[in-house]
Design a protein around this ligand. Structure first.
Ligand code: EAX
Length: 325
């Protein structure tokens, strides 16, 4: 009897400590706060991975710039100080120029087109390419179509943009877009509320959820539904870390991230109509149909810029343009 008890005790202890030591922590970074598009992906991913791995993996979320800005988050992923991140397409630009293809202005007409390209073989070329800079690209979730806001005047045509100081992400293509549109683009990492409030910058551009979650209606009177860039997030892991995982864990994680991304895209899109209502109710003046043809004309030559001359980058851009014609 005593022996049996001892044996049970040993087995219990073994299971307990075994379990404790087996839990692998995944540190996941996002720059934005709870309620943001990035956090919705991250939280869904955490739920799926912990459930499916029976807590063999535990996901710890670092949000609200607690790990620094998006460029700094990506550097930490490269070094494997954190294992995963959901980061806006813009700041990837300095790590791998192929990522700027999707930031090309007016590339996708609508959500369906974005999904078709990004979930298909062309999107996969971007994920694959990221390996050469130390990232395992898993999937694409979304920020959404970006719209211009500012505190100075309603913007209907490029003439109204002249001289506006517009904050842009740390991305050469975003800077080039706003230069071509006649603004005075100012690269600045997220968050930017204070700079808008203090009028260091006149405007910024982001999807509707940002204006709501970050309360930009308090400090930006005017919004134009320019939809100039479909802004994706790239959901990445550290390649160094990825290579330490066995195949079945890799598959489980990859699948969970893709499902989290698909979930979040649908969630984001389903809320846009209400967001627009809310922003108007909060007093924003919205130009719903700006002269998009005139904006397009201003940026039509960007594909011939140096930014797109790397053959790998140019090739993908032209292929996507052809596919969405
Ligand atoms: O998701 O920096 C940006 O403008 C991003 O869109 C921001 O992280 C909000």
């Amino acid at each position: 009897m005593k022996k049996c008890f001892m044996l049970m005790l040993v087995v219990t202890l073994f299971l307990f400590t075994g379990n404790t030591f087996a839990a692998t922590k995944i540190k996941l970074g996002v720059v934005t706060k709870p309620g943001s598009a990035q956090n919705i992906v991250a939280e869904k991913f955490k739920e799926l991975v912990e459930q499916r791995s029976n807590k063999k993996f535990e996901v710890k979320l670092y949000h609200s710039a607690s790990l620094g800005n998006e460029t700094e988050i990506l550097q930490q992923v490269q070094m494997n100080t954190i294992q995963m991140a959901i980061v806006t397409g813009g700041p990837f630009d300095t790590f791998d120029p192929i990522t700027r293809v999707v930031n090309y202005p007016f590339l996708f007409k609508d959500n369906a087109q974005a999904d078709e390209i990004l979930d298909g073989p062309l999107g996969n070329q971007i994920l694959k390419s990221l390996e050469s800079s130390g990232f395992k690209g898993l999937s694409f979730s979304e920020n959404g179509f970006r719209n211009l806001t500012n505190s100075k005047r309603p913007v209907k045509s490029p003439d109204d943009i002249k001289g506006l100081k517009v904050r842009v992400m740390a991305s050469a293509i975003h800077k080039a877009i706003w230069n071509a549109l006649g603004a005075n683009p100012t690269p600045m990492p997220w968050p930017i509320y204070t700079e808008l409030e203090q009028k260091v910058i006149d405007g910024q551009e982001n999807p509707l959820w940002v204006m709501e979650v970050y309360k930009f209606y308090e400090i930006q009177k005017y919004m134009s539904l320019t939809r100039h860039v479909y802004s994706y997030h790239i959901d990445v892991a550290s390649l160094k870390w990825w290579e330490t995982l066995d195949k079945s864990d890799q598959d489980m994680i990859q699948k969970a991230m893709y499902e989290a991304a698909v979930y979040q895209r649908a969630d984001n899109r389903s809320k846009n109509a209400d967001r627009l209502k809310l922003l108007k109710a909060k007093g924003m003046q919205v130009v719903e149909n700006p002269d998009v043809a005139a904006f397009r004309a201003k940026v039509a030559d960007l594909k011939d810029m140096d930014l797109y001359q790397d053959p790998k980058v140019k090739d993908l851009l032209l292929k996507i343009m052809e596919a969405v014609k």
